[in-house]
Write a protein that binds this ligand. Sequence first.
Ligand SMILES: [Fe+2]
Length: 508
Amino acid sequence: MLKDITRTQEVLTCAENLGLILSKESIELISKEDNWKEILEEFSAEGTFLIEPLALEKKLARTKLAQVVPEKVEVVKKSFVALASERTPNFRVVEEYDVTGKSLSSGTVDDFLRLFRSKFELLSSMLKQRHNLAPIPIKELKTRPKNESVDIIGIVNRKWVTKKGHIAYEVEDMEAKCIVLVMERDKEIMKKAERILEDNVVGVKGAKVGDDFIIIKEVYWPDLPIRPAKLLDEEIYSCGISDLHIGSKLCYEKQLQGFFDYLNGKNLSPKQQERVGKIQYLFVNGDNVAGIGIYPGQLDDLVIKDIYAQYERFEDFMLQVPDYIQVFICPGQHDAVRRAEPQPGIDKEFVPRLSKLKNFHFISSPSWVETEGLKNLVYHGPSVHDLISSVSFLDMSKPQDGMVELLKKRDLMPKYGGKNPYVPEKKDYMVIKEEPDIVWFGDMHCNGYTTYRGTTIINTGTWEGQTDFQKKLGHTPTPCAIPIINLKNRNLIEVQFLREAIEREINE
Ligand SMILES: [Fe+2]
C-alpha cells in the first residue's frame, strides 16, 4: 500500500515537472506500469499536456506490444531457394464480383425487390438447365388438370408445419404464388424438405391438387453440375489461414509465428522445404484482427485495445510472407469494414505497409480469384452460421457440410432475415454464378475439408483459442492448423503448429 502511494506521488511529481496534467483514472492506470516515467516523457516529447485515459490505454497497448514481441517483428531471411520464386504467378482478382469501392445500395424497398428478383432470375435459369425438370409458370397451374404431374420453380416466401404435421411452403415466381406441401408420411421427402428455407429458390416436381396447390414428389436445387476436378500440369500449391483475431488475449501468436517461419522454410527438412517453396498463393479468409466493440464487454478480452495497433501487429506478421507468394485477404465480421455483406476489402488506412506491396490484395467477402486458371471462391462464411441454426443435420464442427449446402443452393445468402445482415446491392454479389474449383471459407474456427462435384472445399480454421461463448455452445475450435493444396492433383495436407510443425495428409 505504502509502495503504491509512493509510486503515485512519484508519478505526480514527474508529471508536474514535465508540465503534464493527468486525470484520476490516468494516474491509477500509469502508476501500475514499471515504465511509467518513459511513458510520461514520451507524452511530453509529443507535445501532449492533458493525458486522457483513452490515449494512455492506446500508448500502453503499443508499448507492451513493442516490449513483448520484438523478435517476432523481425523479417525472417529466406533460407532456401523456392521454386515459386522462379516462376511468374498467373492470377486475377475478378473485379466484377468484388464490391470494394462499388457499393451503390441506398437500402430502399426497391433495392431489396431488385435483389430478390435478380436472385430468382439467376437461380431459376440454373434450375431450367436441369434435364429432369420441365417447369411451368405458377400462373399456368390453373390450366392443368387435377392430379397431373407438374414442375415449378419458385422462391420460398414462408414455411410452416400444419396441424397434421405436413410441411407447407408458400412459393412464388415473378407473376404468381402457390402452396406446396410435403406430406408427413413421405419420410424421404420430409428429410429433403428440411433443407428448404425461406428465400431459397427451388425446383419442385409434384402433383397438382388444387389451382394453387401442389404436393411435392421431388425437390431440385440449382446445384453444381457433376464434373471432374480441373488439374494443373505443374505442381503449385495454395494455402489458407483465417480468423487470426490479432489483438485477442486468446490469439496463438507464438504458433502463428511458427507458420510464418514455415512459409520461409525455417527449420524444415529439404523435402518439406521443397513443398513449401511451391506455395504461390495464400488465402486469408477474414477476422484478421479481433476488432473493437464487436460484442459487449469485448475490451476485457483484448490484449491490444486499439484497432490501428491490431492491424499494425497483423501487418508485422504478414510482412514476413515471401514476396513471391500472392496474398489475398478478405474481411470478416471482426474487421474494420461494414458488418453487412457483401463486405468490401479492408481499407489501406488500416494496412498502409501491406497496401504498398504488389503481392498483397485486399479483396471483398465474397470474392473470386483466378489462380493458374482455377476459380477460387473466397468468403469469410457467416451465412453458414445461419444455415447451421436452421438445419438440424448440420453442425459447427463440420463446416464443410454447410459449405456444400451453399454450393447446392448456389447462394451465399440462403436466408435473409437471420442473424447475418446483407446490403441490397444493385448487383447480386451473393449468388454463386460460376462453378468454383476451390472454395475457401473461415469464420467457423474449425478446419474442414471435402470435395463436391469437382470442387475442393476448404474451411481454414483459426488462430484463436476457445472463447467463453464457444465453451457455452460446446463448440471446440481447431486452432493453428493450415491446409495446403497441391493444384496438380488437389491433394491436401494439413500442417499443425500448436507445438511444432506436424504435417498430415487429408483424405476426405
Ligand atoms: Fe472469427
